[in-house]
Design a protein around this ligand. Structure first.
Ligand SMILES: [Zn+2]
Ligand SMILES: [Zn+2]
Ligand SMILES: [Zn+2]
Length: 294
């Protein structure tokens, strides 16, 4: 029961944190920068607790508090846990090092500790930073802490069929929304969203990064990913005529990344197979290289 609300609350806070950051940047609003930091940090704390709870709920509670309040501290009841104090961010970092050493290495933990300091400054002292520095730290928090934690939480959600609270589908949808808010801040207009041909979910992100063609794409639901796409990999799309189709080996077909084709709920594959004659591709049964003009 505890963990469902934890996940939901954490994804909620992370999403609003990103939205605050987006607003802060567009309007240059100091108070929204502050809200962004507070929400993102709170969301981080919650999702980190969530992945520790997945191992054992007692991990996130202060040991003294457990012994003081529970009859059998290693097997406390939910009611008893309500009276217990949970561990602080330093305690969380120590437990992460112990239980998830691969995902949370020294550099990742340092990002958490640095931002914890900034958060404390807001709460107890004056707080001063430049918008660019704060934005950079928060985006780092997302990439180096929140995303790895969401991946762990999502893998667990896939194994569970929750009766109430959040289930796998909700989790994926929320994680996709969070990623979109992140890209709004990090990439601005340099990305589009579309349907994924692999898993049929509307969670494919197509990244331009200043180029006139997509340089990468990835799906937050199934994990499909292509990076460093070369301009030469694109073929003309029979649907939209844009040179935006890339071949996908696993699919045994092409996928069009131009928003006119990609940006729909039902992703449509392009009929595309390697051409034995020239090493190029047959698109809808004809190969551009091998077609003889009459
Ligand atoms: Zn997918
Ligand atoms: Zn197309
Ligand atoms: Zn050919």
């Amino acid at each position: 029961m505890i963990k469902f609300t934890l996940i939901e609350n954490s994804l909620d806070s992370i999403k609003s944190g990103m939205d605050y950051l987006d607003y802060a940047e567009q309007k240059q609003s100091p108070s929204h920068y502050k809200k962004a930091l507070l929400s993102l940090f709170q969301g981080t704390e919650l999702i980190l607790k969530e992945i520790l709870v997945q191992i054992d709920p007692i991990i996130i509670f202060d040991k003294n508090s457990l012994f003081r309040n529970c009859e059998s501290p290693l097997k406390p009841t939910i009611e008893e846990l309500f009276d217990c104090k949970s561990i602080d961010i330093n305690g969380i970092c120590q437990e992460l090092k112990k239980h998830y050493p691969e995902q949370f290495q020294r550099a990742n933990l340092k990002v958490i500790q640095d931002l914890a300091k900034e958060r404390n400054k807001i709460q107890h002292f004056a707080f001063e930073t430049t918008p660019n520095d704060l934005k950079a730290s928060l985006l780092k928090l997302y990439l180096m802490v929140i995303k790895p934690a969401m991946k762990i939480a999502g893998e667990k959600a896939a194994l569970d069929t929750f009766v109430e609270g959040i289930n796998r589908i909700n989790f994926d949808e929320q994680a996709t929304d969070v990623e979109e808010s992140f890209l709004n801040v990090n990439k601005r207009d340099e990305f589009t969203k579309g349907g994924c041909c692999h898993c049929e979910n509307y969670s494919l992100f197509i990244i331009y990064d200043g180029e006139s063609f997509p340089i990468a794409c990835y799906c937050t639901t199934c994990g499909f990913e292509r990076t460093n796409i070369d301009m030469l990999e694109f073929y003309d799309c029979p649907e939209c005529s844009a040179p935006s189709v890339i071949y996908d080996e696993k699919l045994g077909a092409g996928m069009c990344l131009w928003h006119r084709c990609a940006d729909c709920m039902e992703s449509v594959k392009t009929d595309m197979v390697p051409c034995d004659d020239c090493g190029g591709y047959l698109i809808e049964d004809s190969c551009l290289n091998c077609t003889v003009e009459d």
